[in-house]
Design a protein around this ligand. Sequence first.
Ligand SMILES: [Fe+2]
Ligand SMILES: [Fe+2]
Ligand SMILES: [Fe+2]
Length: 405
Amino acid sequence: MSYSLNIREVTYALSGALDYVGIDDTHHGKRVAYMAAALAQELSWKQDIVDDIIFAGMLHDCGVSSTDVHTHLVNELDWDNSQVHCIRGEILLKSTNIYGKFSEYIKYHHTHWQDLSSDLNEDVKNISNLIYLVDRVDALRTQIQVSGVESIYAIQETIKKFSNKMFSPMLVEAFMTVSSKDSFWFYLETEALSEYFILWTNKGNNEPLSYEQVKEIALMFAAVVDAKSEFTSQHSLGVSVLARYLAELFDLSLERCEEVELAGLLHDLGKLKVEDAILDKPSKLNADERLKMNRHGFDSYIILRHIEGFKKIAKLASLHHETLDAKGYPYNLSAAQIPLEGRIITVSDIFQALIQDRPYRDGLSADEAFNIINTMCEDGKLDFVVVQKLKENLHKCYELATVKG
Ligand SMILES: [Fe+2]
Ligand SMILES: [Fe+2]
Ligand SMILES: [Fe+2]
C-alpha cells in the first residue's frame, strides 16, 4: 500500500511522544524547534533550511527515552553524559530515509562551539550549535529560580557568558536580538506554540510515501519506546512482527495487515510518559502508580490521532489492554466493540511480554506463556480463534516475537 501523508503533520504528532519524556514539562522539542527557527529567520537563513531546523528541533531528543536522563538534561547546563543521547539520536535518524539528513545536526547538538572540528561542514556546525543554544535556553527556563523579566535577563546573561565557548558568537548575537522581543517568550506558551505549529503544518503538502517509508518512521519511534527500559527492549518490534503474522493467518487484506503491523510498532508510545521508577519497579505497583501505567494506551492514541490517515492505527494502538470481558483498560470496551485487529494485537502484546524478562520475573518459555494466555482465554478475556492460531504455530510465534532489530 502507499500512503498520502503530510510529513510535517506526522513529525509534529510523533514528536509529542518524545516530548512525553518530560512528563509534566512537555513540549520541549517544540519549544526548541520554534526558538531555533526564530533565530534562523533573524539570521536570514533560507526558508528550506528554516524548515529543516524545525524538523530537527522537534526530533533533537529522540535519543532520550528515559525520564531520568531527561531530568539531568533539563536540570544541568552541561551534563557529562549528554553525548550518549546525541549519538543514539544520530543512529536513530540515520535509520530512516526521511530524517537521515538531520542526523549530523543531532550528533553535535551538545558539543561546545569551541570543540566543533574545523573540518565539519559549516551548515552542520551552525545548525547543531543553534539547536544546542536554544536547547540550553529551554533548560535554563527550568533552572533559573527567579520569575518574569528577571528570568529573561538571567538567561540572556548566561548565554552571553558562554559566547565563543559553548556557543557561536553569531548565534549568541541573534539570540540577544530575538529574545529582546516579548513575543519570542510568549510563543513558548502552550497555546501560542501549538498555533505556530498548526500554521507550519498546514503549509506542508501530502506526499506519497511507500509502506516501507512509513514503516521506517514507525520502527524509529518503536525503537525510542523500546529503549526506555532494558526489560522492554525489542517489545514493540516483537509485537508488530507477531501481530502481522497472525493477521496474515486470518487472510486479512494487505491494508489491514499493514495497519496491524504499524499499530503494533506504535502501541506503547504512551509509555514514554511513564516514569522510569514505575516501569522498572520490581514489586507490585500501588493504585496511583497503576493508574499512571495504565493510561499509556490512551496516551498512544492522543499522539497518533493527529495524523490524518492514521485514525484506525491510533484506535488500534489504544486497544491493546482491552479484554473481551469488558474489564480491560482504558475504555473497558465490550467484546462487540473490539475488532479482530485489536484482539490480535492484545494477544501478541501479552505473549511478547510474557516471554521477555521483567523486573519481577524471568522470561517464560513458549509453553509457559501459552498456558497463561490459554487460561485468560478460558476466562473470557481473549479471542478463542486468535489464541488457537497462536497454539497451532506456537514455535514460529515465539521465534517472531523474539526477533532482534
Ligand atoms: Fe539534547
Ligand atoms: Fe533537548
Ligand atoms: Fe502496553
